[in-house]
Write a protein that binds this ligand. Structure first.
Ligand code: RUQ
Ligand code: CUA
Ligand code: CA
Length: 637
C-alpha cells in the first residue's frame, strides 16, 4: 500500500500562524476574522466580530454552559498544570477552576513538598522543586473510568505520580529507572487498571553511568509498566528509537507508541533524516511471558527486568509511518490506534483487529494500516465523540478538523468518499484536544476542548509571557461550535473530562487514612494520643511537638525549644465540620502546612535563631481566626 508523506515546510508555519505579527488581527483584518467567525456561524468585521463570535454561539449554547450560582457542573475536568507540575480540577461546562492538586511542584498553600507526609511521598525526588506534567489519566474498570486514581507523568524529572481521587491528593511518586523524560502515559483499560504504561522519551546509554557517552547506536529508550497499586516498575521493554506518545487497547492486549527519532539522532537534522519513522506495537501477554521465563536483562543496580523489544523481537512490531509522528490515540470503539502525522498532513489508522495476525507473521506491518486520511497541516492529537467521528488538532493550520473514521477507511480502500466533516478555526496552534469521556468506552460527544499553545490577542495583555487558551467547543450537533475561551497557565498539554458521578470524594479525613499513618505510628511510639494530647517530647536535640487544633485555638499557646534543635510539629485538626481547614505556619522559618478536618499533618525544621517566633493559622477558619496563633520560644544555645 502506498503512503502519502507530504512533508510540510515548517518555516512557513510561523508566518501562516501569524506568530511574527505582533497583532495578528490588525494585520490579517477582515479575512481572518470572518474565517474565525463563519465557523461559529456569524458574520461581521474587525474587532467587533470578536464579541460577535460569542454571540454567534447561539443563545441555547450559552444557556448550556451557564452554571448558575450554587449549581453544580455536570463533569469534572482534570487538567495537567504543564511545567507548573500540578493537576487542576475544573467544573465543566462552566470552566470554573475548583481545585489545584500539587504533584511535582512545591505548594505554598497546602505545604505539599514541605510537610513530612508529602516528602515521604516524593521520596528522594523531594529535592527537586520543578516538574513537567503532561498526561493525566483516570483509572478504569472494563474500559470505563472508576474514579479511584489519576496518574500523570513528569517529563522534567522522569517520574510518574498517582493522585488519590477520594481526597484529591498525590499519594505515590515513582522515579523511573533506565529512562529519561517520561512523556506518553496511559493506563491498562481492561479488565481494570493494573498497569500504568509510560514512555521514556530521550535516548540514553544503558546503564547511564558515564561508561558510554558518544555512540548514538548505544542510546535507547524503554517502555515501562508500573504496578498501579504498589507504583513499582514491573518491567520495561527496550526499543529502537525513542518513544513519544502512546495508548493502550480496550482489549488489554496491546500498547502502541509513536517514535519520531527512529534515526537515534542527536540533532534536529539527524532526527528528520528518515523518510519514515514508526509506531511500536507492544504485545503485553508476550512481554509478561518473557519476564516470567527470565528472558530479561537488568541495568545498573535497580533490578528492573528489561526485555528486548528492539526490531526483530517477538514482543514488538514496528509499523512504518510518515516521519516524525506525535500523538497516538486509541479510538473509543476499540478499533484503531491513530498516529498523528505532525510533519505529514495525514494520520495513520492502525487496525487493532489485525495485530494478532501481525504478531503471527501472517501479514506485513503496513498491512495493519486501515486508513491514512489527509487532514491538514500539523496533525498532533485526536479525540472521539462515540458516534464514529474523530477530531484532530492541526497545529500549523490552527484548526480542529472533524472527520469520519469509517469514511476514511473506505477512502483508503479506493472509494470516492469525503471523510472530512468540518474544519473549525481555533486560537491558536492547538496541541492536545479532548472530548468529554473520550478516554473511555463511554465517549458521549458533548464537549470538546482544544488546548491551544498560543493565545496571542485573545485576553487582556499580561506582559511578554502569555497564557495558553483552552477553547471549549460544542460537538453535540452536526456542526462544531466554539463557545468559550479559557486562559490557562504554563501549558496544560492535556486533560481528561469525566462525569461527576464517576468521582466520589471524602469531605473530611478518616483517622486511619494511610496518608498520615506513619505520623500516627510515630506518635504511638512517643506514647501520644493525637486526638487528645498536647505534648513536647525531647529526644537529644530532636524535639517533637504534638498539638491539637480546634477553631479558633491551637492546643498550645506556646512551646519551648533550644536554638539548633530539629523541631517536628505534628498538628491534628479535631474539627469535624466540612470545610473547616486550619493551617500551621511559623513566621520566618519557611514552614506552612494544611491541616484539614480530622487530618494529622507534620513538618520538620531547624530552630536556628534564638528569639520568639509566632506560629499562626493561615486558613481562615473562624471569626477569631486572626487570634489563632502561638509562640515558639527559642532559647539561646
Ligand atoms: S504531548 S502537544 Cu506532551 Cu501530549 Cu502533544
Ligand atoms: Cu484556624 Cu484559621
Ligand atoms: Ca525522525
Amino acid at each position: 500500500m502506498d503512503t502519502k508523506t507530504t512533508t510540510v515546510d515548517t518555516t512557513n508555519s510561523e508566518e501562516s500562524a501569524g506568530l511574527r505579527n505582533p497583532s495578528r488581527r490588525k494585520f490579517l483584518g477582515t479575512t481572518a476574522a470572518v474565517g474565525a467567525v463563519s465557523a461559529a456561524g456569524a458574520a461581521g468585521t474587525g474587532a467587533l466580530v470578536r464579541s460577535g463570535e460569542v454571540q454567534a454561539a447561539d443563545q441555547s449554547i450559552l444557556e448550556k454552559i451557564h452554571v448558575g450560582p450554587g449549581d453544580l457542573d455536570e463533569y469534572y475536568g482534570f487538567w495537567s498544570g504543564g511545567h507548573n507540575g500540578e493537576v487542576r480540577v475544573y467544573g465543566v461546562p462552566s470552566m470554573r477552576e475548583i481545585m489545584r492538586i500539587p504533584v511535582f511542584n512545591v505548594c505554598s498553600a497546602t505545604g505539599y513538598g514541605i510537610s513530612n507526609e508529602s516528602k515521604r511521598i516524593l521520596g528522594e525526588s523531594s529535592k527537586f522543586l520543578n516538574g513537567d506534567a503532561h498526561h493525566p489519566h483516570i483509572s478504569y474498570t472494563d474500559g470505563k473510568h472508576d474514579g479511584r486514581y489519576l496518574f500523570i507523568n513528569d517529563k522534567a524529572n522522569t517520574r510518574v505520580a498517582r493522585v488519590r481521587l477520594d481526597i484529591m491528593k498525590t499519594d505515590k511518586v515513582t522515579t523511573i529507572p533506565n529512562a529519561q523524560a517520561i512523556h506518553g502515559l496511559r493506563l491498562q483499560k481492561a479488565p481494570k487498571t493494573g498497569y500504568v504504561y509510560c514512555n521514556g522519551e530521550m535516548i540514553i546509554p544503558l546503564p547511564n553511568d558515564g561508561t558510554e557517552l558518544e555512540d548514538p547506536k548505544k542510546h535507547f529508550s524503554v517502555w515501562s509498566a508500573l504496578d498501579s497499586e504498589t507504583m513499582e516498575v514491573a518491567w520495561q521493554v527496550l526499543v529502537d528509537g525513542n518513544l513519544d506518545n502512546m495508548d493502550s487497547s480496550y482489549c488489554g492486549k496491546y500498547g502502541a507508541s509513536t517514535c519520531y527519532n527512529s534515526e537515534h539522532g542527536f540533532t534536529l537534522e539527524e532526527k528528520m533524516r528518515a523518510e519514515r519513522d514508526h509506531v511500536v506495537i507492544f504485545n503485553i501477554p508476550r512481554i509478561e511471558e518473557a519476564v516470567e521465563n527470565g528472558e530479561y536483562m537488568t541495568f545498573g543496580d535497580n533490578g528492573v527486568p528489561v526485555v528486548d523489544g528492539r526490531k526483530g523481537s517477538q514482543l514488538t512490531r514496528y509499523i512504518p509511518v510518515p516521519r516524525n509522528p506525535h500523538g497516538l490515540n486509541g479510538s473509543t470503539d476499540g478499533k484503531y490506534f491513530i498516529a498523528n502525522g505532525k510533519l505529514s498532513p495525514t494520520v495513520t489508522m492502525i487496525d487493532i483487529s489485525r495485530l494478532d495476525d501481525l504478531f503471527d507473521d501472517k501479514i506485513e506491518p503496513r498491512d495493519a494500516v486501515a486508513g491514512e486520511p489527509e487532514l491538514g497541516l500539523g496533525p498532533l492529537h485526536t479525540t472521539f465523540d462515540g458516534r464514529g467521528n474523530a477530531y484532530t488538532t492541526l497545529f500549523i493550520d490552527s484548526q480542529v478538523v472533524k472527520w469520519n473514521m469509517e469514511d476514511a477507511v473506505r477512502h483508503f480502500q479506493g472509494e470516492n468518499v469525503n471523510y472530512i466533516r468540518q474544519k473549525l478555526n481555533v486560537h491558536y496552534q492547538p496541541g492536545h484536544l479532548k472530548a468529554t469521556l473520550a478516554e473511555s468506552s463511554e465517549a458521549d460527544g458533548k464537549w470538546l476542548f482544544s488546548l491551544n499553545k498560543f493565545s496571542k490577542d485573545r485576553f487582556l495583555p499580561v506582559g511578554p509571557l502569555h497564557p495558553e487558551n483552552d477553547q471549549m467547543i460544542d460537538i453535540s450537533g452536526e456542526e462544531m461550535k466554539l463557545v468559550h475561551d479559557t486562559p490557562t497557565f504554563a501549558e496544560p498539554h492535556d486533560c481528561v473530562v469525566v462525569r461527576r458521578d464517576q468521582i466520589q470524594t471524602k469531605q473530611i479525613w478518616e483517622r486511619d487514612d494511610p496518608y498520615f499513618a506513619e505520623t500516627v505510628k510515630m506518635a504511638e511510639e512517643d506514647g501520644v494520643t493525637l486526638t487528645r494530647d498536647n505534648k513536647v517530647i525531647r529526644d537529644g536535640n530532636k524535639v517533637r511537638v504534638y498539638m491539637t487544633l480546634i477553631a479558633p485555638e491551637f492546643g498550645m499557646n506556646h512551646f519551648r525549644v533550644k536554638q539548633g534543635d530539629e523541631v517536628t510539629v505534628v498538628c491534628t485538626n479535631l474539627d469535624m465540620i466540612q470545610d473547616l481547614t486550619h493551617g500551621f505556619c511559623v513566621c520566618d522559618h519557611g514552614v506552612s502546612i494544611e491541616v484539614s478536618p480530622q487530618q494529622t499533618a507534620s513538618v520538620t525544621f531547624t530552630a536556628d535563631k534564638a528569639g520568639v517566633y509566632w506560629y499562626y493559622c493561615n486558613w481562615f477558619c473562624h471569626a477569631m481566626h486572626m487570634e489563632m496563633a502561638g509562640r515558639m520560644i527559642v532559647e539561646p544555645a
